[in-house]
Design a protein around this ligand. Structure first.
Ligand SMILES: Nc1ncnc2c1ncn2[C@@H]1O[C@H](COP(=O)(O)OP(=O)(O)OP(=O)(O)O)[C@@H](O)[C@H]1O
Length: 283
């Protein structure tokens, strides 16, 4: 079956249990958001898939091939992370050549084109890049590598708003032209919500949600309008957050709205993913 499959993966670092019996499938040609609070286990999960860390128990397979110490499986995966695995003195264009040796479908011409769009000078050495450009350099490889599975661990770290916007746009463009699976671990939930199809939420090393963005967001709704009307309406409901401005109020509510019950003056909109995430991962 074409997917990355994790079966009962656990991993501890000394007394810290980073992952607890994680079973999960990342299907082909989908964009996933991997969300979780600091220390939840996201990087550990991605590093285990990419064979940079070994699980204590459990198995990972890539298109039915065992992922551990297996070049055939690993050639289907590219992991972009904070760690830089290239010789630091290498120039960017040399890294592009080097990448092609391990990933034959790497598109060097497209990478050069992206570098020009981002204003990245490929004559520069890897260790001379600023934090933002170091992320951009890795993003460019991730978008050009053409592996069936691309894992992005905090890809927009240090990127300014314009470059983040460019990245999301290029990702969607790339996905449209040549679909593959992208797994994006990020804390910028609202920004990524327009890009991802499925959401995996990890809390204290356990998967607490694994479903489509649409299905998750249909589990709640937002009402806004005059504060007094909103207050009356939310009485007795499961409210997960409230924002007020002047005499206006917005309330985020779990449950399915009963349209007949909602006063005409109140506006009902989709739930805010970030508010829902905070609620699900609090405590
Ligand atoms: N090499 C390590 N040695 C010891 N503990 C580690 C190591 N790597 C991760 N951990 C611990 O395992 C847990 C999960 O860490 P992980 O980096 O996977 O979380 P994360 O979800 O990626 O967090 P963040 O969003 O803060 O990057 C944390 O408690 C972390 O401190």
């Amino acid at each position: 079956m074409n997917c990355i499959e994790l079966k009962d993966i656990s991993k501890s670092f000394g007394a810290t249990q980073a992952l607890r019996g994680v079973s999960l499938r990342f299907e082909e040609n989908k964009i996933y958001g991997l969300l979780g609070r600091n220390g939840a286990g996201k990087s550990t999960l991605l590093n285990i898939i990419a064979n940079r860390l070994f699980a204590d128990t459990g198995q990972v397979s890539v298109n039915d091939l065992p992922a551990v110490e297996n070049d055939k499986a690993q050639q289907m995966i590219y992991l972009m992370s904070e760690q830089t695995l290239y010789p630091e003195k290498m120039k960017i264009r040399e890294v592009f050549k080097w990448t092609k040796n391990f990933y034959p479908d790497f598109d060097a011409a497209y990478a050069q084109n992206l570098a020009a769009q981002f204003g990245l000078d490929t004559k520069k050495r890897v260790n001379s890049l600023s934090t933002g450009y170091s992320s951009i350099f890795k993003i460019i490889i991730a978008l050009s590598v053409n592996t069936p599975y691309v894992l992005l661990d905090e890809p927009v770290l240090g990127l300014d708003a314009n470059h983040r916007d460019m990245f999301y746009r290029l990702l969607i463009e790339k996905y449209g032209n040549r679909p593959s699976t992208f797994i994006i671990s990020t804390h910028l939930i609202e920004e990524v919500s327009g890009v991802i199809e499925d959401i995996v939420i990890i809390k204290n090393g356990e998967i607490i949600r694994n479903e489509s963005c649409e299905s998750l967001l249909s589990k709640g709704y937002t009402v806004s309008g005059k504060a007094s009307q909103v207050d009356a309406f939310i009485e007795g409901k499961e409210v997960i957050g409230v924002d007020s401005l002047g005499g206006l109020k917005t309330a985020h509510i779990m449950g399915v709205p009963d349209r007949r019950e909602i006063p005409e003056d109140l506006e009902v909109t989709k739930l805010d993913l970030q508010k829902l995430f905070i609620q699900l991962t609090n405590s």
